[in-house]
Design a protein around this ligand. Structure first.
Ligand SMILES: N[C@@H](CCC(=O)N[C@@H](CS)C(=O)NCC(=O)O)C(=O)O
Length: 203
């Protein structure tokens, strides 16, 4: 059985969407680090940095949004949400899946922390080079990695939506269309419903 470690208003919320995409049953375990709660042993095993989201699947324990996305797609939706190993789309899929944790998310530090841009030192180049990269890639494309939706779209679009929500980035029209295509998916609506139920259970 899959367990998602989560807390409201964290990146763990986007995991509901990934889990609805694979259409497997899952249970929730809250780790309310904001209240100084003690993490369970299973959570500590999954997340050495004590970061959310984290996930256990029987004896498999792991954390980080992109790592969880890769794991779930390979394990439960290979050839559907993850291009098969011999599919030429596998290369771009890996590149764009890792783009989010290696470039997009770290680049937030430049904006929020007011860091002086150091394009050759920082792994994301500059924040603007990073946003320019996904804008260029999405020109004339429906999905970031392949001809159909993959887990890389779920991870990337939720991070783009995050920087847009916090006014760090204004989506150009074709990126706004991409975000709408992603959130139009039935699994996105199913995830929102499950999250609403989870929130109601906390009240
Ligand atoms: N790149 C990571 C970021 C994880 C992250 O920073 N999570 C925050 C919540 S959004 C967290 O767990 N904060 C608690 C802490 O740092 O103690 C991912 O997407 O999984």
């Amino acid at each position: 059985m899959i367990t998602l470690y989560w807390n409201p208003q964290t990146r763990a919320e986007r995991m509901f969407w990934l889990l609805e995409e694979i259409d497997e049953p899952y249970r929730l375990e809250r780790f309310n680090y904001k209240d100084g709660a003690q993490p369970s042993e299973a959570f500590k095993q999954a997340s050495p940095l004590r970061k959310l989201p984290a996930l256990s699947d029987d004896d498999v324990h792991l954390a980080d949004s992109a790592a969880i996305a890769l794991y779930l797609a390979d394990r439960y939706a290979m050839g559907r949400l993850a291009p098969a190993l011999d599919d030429p789309a596998r290369g771009p899929y890996l590149y764009w899946m890792f783009f989010t944790p290696s470039a997009l998310e770290p680049a937030i530090a430049e904006k929020v922390g007011g860091l002086e841009p150091r394009p050759t030192s920082y792994p994301w180049g500059t924040f603007d080079r990073m946003t320019g990269a996904f804008e260029d890639r999405l020109k004339g494309r429906h999905w970031i990695a392949s001809d159909s939706f993959t887990m890389a779209d779920a991870v990337m679009s939720s991070s783009i939506a995050y920087i847009a929500a916090f006014k760090l980035y204004e989506p150009v029209p074709h990126v706004a269309d991409y975000l709408a295509r992603c959130t139009d998916r039935p699994s996105y609506a199913a995830a929102a419903k499950r999250l609403e139920e989870a929130m109601a259970a906390l009240a």
